[in-house]
Design a protein. Structure first.
Length: 303
């Protein structure tokens, strides 16, 4: 293990590379990353990097977004088969039908989506900035894609707008049911429930805090409480335990693991650095069109 880490560090210097990792990847991968974060943080930080090569430890839509925002950099994915099923759960023809039906429709695209879907969207959002961005839009009608659960949560906070929901979902968060949360609360009655808004509406009703992955981490760190039930992918426990070694964290009783995120390994990181394989490529058309909603996200979230 130590030899592999040393190899990665040597290759990073040789290739002028930087490693970005999402909170949901394996602990050993997070331990060697230069930057760890949620989708919004990593999207933002990717535009500020000086290195020539970015190794993105996450799923394919994240690598695509990084390449779109950084067309002159080399973006490598340790495992090209690491994908997000929800990222594909939108019918593009339906988007165009809705545009004809509503004059002022805004297609709000969760960043957990393919570059092709971003091309057909007006603005991208993450779970940490979706509420702020949707509120700032002049449009009355919002088609929120691809995640229905996050869309319904945002809609509950913006009743003045009319939402149209898509049937997409994250299978990890959908499996964190209200029944499982209730059972976890019974087993740990003093624990606060910290939940991601990709969970279903009935489960969210049992939460003490609802927020993005980074929001959950910040809440646990700042809270005076010492015990928490974590209702999101369990890769987040690596950072939670690192920041809060004296606090106790419980799972919900569901699997809470994304098999695609867990495909990333130290060996695969070393391999792509050494061989320059699994480069992310997007056409000029895709980059130009999908860059518009991504840049609009960065602009509106900073305004």
């Amino acid at each position: 293990m130590n030899e592999l880490i040393e190899k990665i560090e040597t290759l990073k210097k040789e290739k002028n590379a930087v490693i970005l990792a999402h909170y949901y990847v394996n602990d050993d991968v997070q331990s060697i990353a230069d930057y760890i974060g949620d989708s919004y943080y990593l999207s933002k930080i990717a535009t500020e990097l000086e290195e020539d090569t970015i190794v993105f430890c996450g799923v394919s839509f994240m690598g695509e977004s990084t390449k779109i925002l950084n067309p002159d950099k080399t973006v490598l994915m340790p495992d090209p088969d690491a994908d997000c099923p929800m990222a594909h759960m939108v019918d593009i023809d339906y988007i165009e039908k809705l545009r004809l039906a509503y004059d002022d429709l805004a297609v709000v695209c969760y960043i957990n989506s393919t570059a092709e879907l971003k091309m057909h969207s007006d603005v991208c959002v993450t779970s940490s900035n979706a509420l702020k961005i949707v509120k700032s839009l002049p449009n009355k009608n919002i088609f929120f894609i691809p995640d229905e659960n996050l869309g319904r949560y945002i809609a509950s906070k913006v009743p003045e707008k009319h939402f149209i929901f898509n049937k997409g979902y994250c299978h990890v968060h959908r499996d964190i049911t209200a029944k499982k949360i209730a059972k976890a609360k019974k087993a740990a009655p003093k624990a606060l429930v910290l939940m991601h808004p990709e969970c279903t509406s009935d489960a969210l009703e049992l939460a003490d805090y609802i927020g993005s992955t980074s929001g959950i981490i910040d809440y646990a760190a700042k809270s005076d409480e010492n015990e928490f039930i974590i209702a999101t992918e369990l890769g987040v426990l690596c950072e939670l335990k690192k920041q809060n070694p004296d606090k106790k964290f419980h799972a919900t009783g569901s699997k809470q693991l994304c098999p695609d995120m867990k495909k990333i390994s130290l060996k695969k990181i070393a391999d792509v650095l050494e061989n320059g394989t699994n480069t992310v490529e997007v056409t000029d058309e895709i980059r130009e069109k999908s860059n518009i909603p991504l840049n609009k996200m960065l602009e509106l979230s900073e305004s």
